[in-house]
Write a protein that binds this ligand. Sequence first.
Ligand SMILES: Cc1cc2nc3c(=O)[nH]c(=O)nc-3n(C[C@H](O)[C@H](O)[C@H](O)COP(=O)(O)OP(=O)(O)OC[C@H]3O[C@@H](n4cnc5c(N)ncnc54)[C@H](O)[C@@H]3O)c2cc1C
Length: 402
Amino acid sequence: MHPKRVIIIGGGASGMMAALSARKNSADVTIIERNHKLGKKILATGNGRCNFTNVDATPNNYNHPDFVNSIFEQFSVDKTISFFKQLGIYPKIEDEGKTYPLSEQASSINMLFEEEIKHQKIHVVYETFVKEITKQGDVFQINTDKDTYTADRVILATGGKALPQSGSDGNGYFLSESLGHHITDVYPSLVKLTLDSPYLKHLDGVKFKGTVELLDYKQIIQSEFSDVLFTKYGVSGPGILQLSRKANELIHQNKDVWIKVIIINYIEKLDVIERMKDMKDRQIKHFLTGLIHHKLIDPILKETKIPKDKILQELTKEESRNLLSILFDWRFKVTGSKDFTEAQVTAGGVRIDEIHAHTLESKIMPKLYFTGEILDIDALCGGFNLQWAWSSGYVAGYHASM
Ligand SMILES: Cc1cc2nc3c(=O)[nH]c(=O)nc-3n(C[C@H](O)[C@H](O)[C@H](O)COP(=O)(O)OP(=O)(O)OC[C@H]3O[C@@H](n4cnc5c(N)ncnc54)[C@H](O)[C@@H]3O)c2cc1C
């Protein structure tokens, strides 16, 4: 029997892993990549440090845990760490299980993958864009902007829509549709949120560490503690990125979405009331100056309609109540988010009920496989998305080569 000719469309994280996995079973493997290098997006991950996995990752970190479980059972986080150690990457585990290369350079991952891909004699066709895939009998024909290729198996590893300048601009969805697949709604995830507030221009640049919560109308559904940064369009910071997945999902369902920001975090409400008593003969603006970022003072006093020169002991009961309320619970209406050019991940993708959960082979077109972010699988920040790319890449590569 001649070795299976496996063509992988896209040489990102999952495509490179799929190539090595397929080659292990002696398949004749080719990667077609539109960029002049492999793994372009990896360079941007983890702020250039590449948070390549999370040692605490479980299927429950993902939107479809059962589907992910059947893949993790075949290529777990432990197997991923061993794979990377063999590749030459020593893992550095940080808080909450986030794992980076000890070199703290995403480029080391790319270099070692490229080296191994060369060593394993995997063909790589660079600067070539796959335009169309067709199948006649058992053979796939892959038409690119340059040449035409034939294959026994095709793995679609073209990524989602996040950071389109890296090469994954959503064109893989059209290729999938042309082969009979359906795409769920897709929206940006791990992305800055846009807010509707008259104070944004004033708040632009305000940064503090605090709690931010996501509300579906009035019900709190997610809470994060991190740096919060107001901008002229809305709000950003690690906690906000984590909230953005759910926020965009709810907005797509036409829900009324809010965030609650807790401005004062390290002291209790009672301490603030005590302090108000201690400073009762001082102006409110002076009272607030030592407590919160100075750019927050004007918007807060405008919102509570308290004159800034007012002496604390002259505040009415209602004014005091409003002031305390806004310091510990300031709500902003979420209108949406920045677009895919600023998002880290795509929520949604090729529908997983059209894919065999064990092999990642299409149920619609036999011998076509899917891997990575093109599928409707995603997770929050923390190394989980790349873990999915490695696990799904390995599994798709393995089954495609059989
Ligand atoms: C700024 C940023 C930071 C991130 N940080 C992290 C992190 O620290 N940890 C983490 O776990 N995840 C992180 N992610 C997410 C992670 O990078 C992705 O989930 C992962 O790269 C997806 O892998 P993939 O192989 O599915 O797709 P990609 O890595 O996007 O690769 C797809 C490849 O296919 C190529 N391609 C597309 N269409 C075609 C075509 N028609 N013909 C030929 N080639 C094509 C593209 O050029 C690209 O190289 C980050 C993402 C971004 C944008």
